[in-house]
Design a protein around this ligand. Structure first.
Ligand code: NAI
Ligand code: MG
Length: 358
């Protein structure tokens, strides 16, 4: 069955890593039809909008969205984020953001002595509310007593969906779920968060749930990453922790993310965790692995698990080989060369025939 994928390269290195990802996805032979949508900060320069007025209804017709990065110095970051990515996440009920933190073979983590087997964490992030709800305002603007309030919003529905998803993943993995919270300092929101997350534990008797405060979690990710299986956190906490996770994995260029509409009523969105990287954009130096692994998450979400595994294995083959690595990983290959190397590995593995499962 042909799947239609909306491709929003977006800004900066998004325009470099997404073509590499598309070439790898094409190499899998899974029938995908890619439709480029030239939205982002250039579109904003031309039209005053990050995407057309009917952008969301255009996207609604696709099976998935594959996105590079949004944001460029020409447009204030809150305008670019609220003009494209956040409306997509909210409107399409992409309640959950999934971010694997896995150290690939051949990649050196900045954590001394850690090997691939010791770093395999999965972060599940509430994706539509918390500190990102947009509730609040500013008063006395331009005066000496100007003030701002930003009100985090937590609903039982969103916490519950996020937590159930996380329990489910934990059940398939090492059966340990960390509830990332700050219910010691927060009087209302995080105690409620804990109640909802931990209240579901009885529905998942095989999963051990552990409460960890977000600050301690940051330390634990560095000291004992091997003690972390699945972690569930609010929008803001998991955002911050997954950048730490990306660094532990070997850099921003390696991390992938899936924004999932769990009901399947709307398309889900798959993207590398990194932004538009204006400092290296346009030079062909960006690492496409995060984008490629986001493509693998997309294949899995489309039910193409074998193809997802194939892409992940091809990436691991390339990182282990060490010949085609970008500058952030100490190599000298270009974005395109890494994409080509992974695509070639995918094709080689396909001709070698299906590998018998476990
Ligand atoms: P960034 O992720 O773009 O860059 C942070 C650092 O990581 C830079 O030193 C950059 O060179 C490096 N880096 C990022 N991607 C890389 C790659 N593929 N290969 C090698 N190195 C890579 O974050 P920053 O600088 O905070 O934000 C730049 C712009 O991107 C801003 O406008 C921001 O709003 C936007 N942004 C967009 C995101 C999205 O679309 N989901 C996420 C994060 C930032
Ligand atoms: Mg972030």
């Amino acid at each position: 069955m042909m799947r239609r994928i909306a491709v929003i390269e977006g800004d900066g290195v998004g325009k470099e890593v997404i073509p590499a990802g598309v070439s790898v996805l094409t190499a899998t032979g899974v029938p995908l039809e890619f439709e480029p949508l030239p939205w982002g900060c250039d579109h904003h320069q031309r039209t005053g909008r990050m995407m057309p007025v009917d952008g969301l209804s255009t996207l609604a017709g696709f099976d998935a969205i594959y996105l590079g990065a949004v944001g460029w110095p020409s447009v204030p970051d809150d305008v670019s984020l609220w003009g494209l990515l956040l409306p997509i996440r909210k409107h399409f009920h992409q309640d959950v953001n999934v971010r694997p933190v896995r150290l690939l073979p051949g990649i050196r983590s900045p954590l001394a002595g850690r090997t691939a087997a010791q770093v395999d964490m999965l972060f599940v992030r509430e994706n539509t509310e918390g500190e990102y709800s947009g509730a609040g305002g500013r008063v006395h603007q331009g005066t000496a007593h100007e003030a701002a309030v930003e009100v985090p919003v937590f609903t039982r529905r969103a916490i519950e969906r996020t937590a159930r998803f996380a329990y489910g993943r934990a059940g398939e993995r090492r059966r340990h779920l960390i509830n990332v919270t700050k219910s010691n300092a927060s009087r209302h929101a995080y105690p409620f968060w804990d109640e909802v997350v931990e209240g579901l534990a009885t529905d998942y008797p095989t999963v051990r749930v552990e409460r960890v405060l977000v600050d301690a979690m940051a330390a634990r990710m560095v000291s004992h990453p091997d003690s972390i299986d699945v972690a569930v956190g609010s929008n803001l906490f998991a955002d911050i922790l997954t950048d730490l996770g990306a660094a532990i994995q070997g850099g921003m260029g390696l991390a992938a993310s899936a924004n999932l509409c769990l009901d399947g009523d709307w398309p889900s969105l798959f993207e590398p965790v990194h932004g538009s990287a204006p400092d290296i954009a346009g030079k062909g130096r960006a690492n496409p692995i995060g984008a490629i692994l986001a493509g693998a998450l997309m294949l899995r979400a489309l039910g193409e698990d074998a193809a997802g595994t194939l892409v992940e294995a091809a990436v691991a083959e390339v990182t282990l080989g060490g010949q085609a690595l970008t500058a952030d990983l100490g190599g000298s290959a270009s974005t395109t060369e890494v994409g080509d190397a992974v695509a070639a590995a995918v094709r080689r593995r396909r001709t070698a025939g299906p590998v018998a499962a476990g």
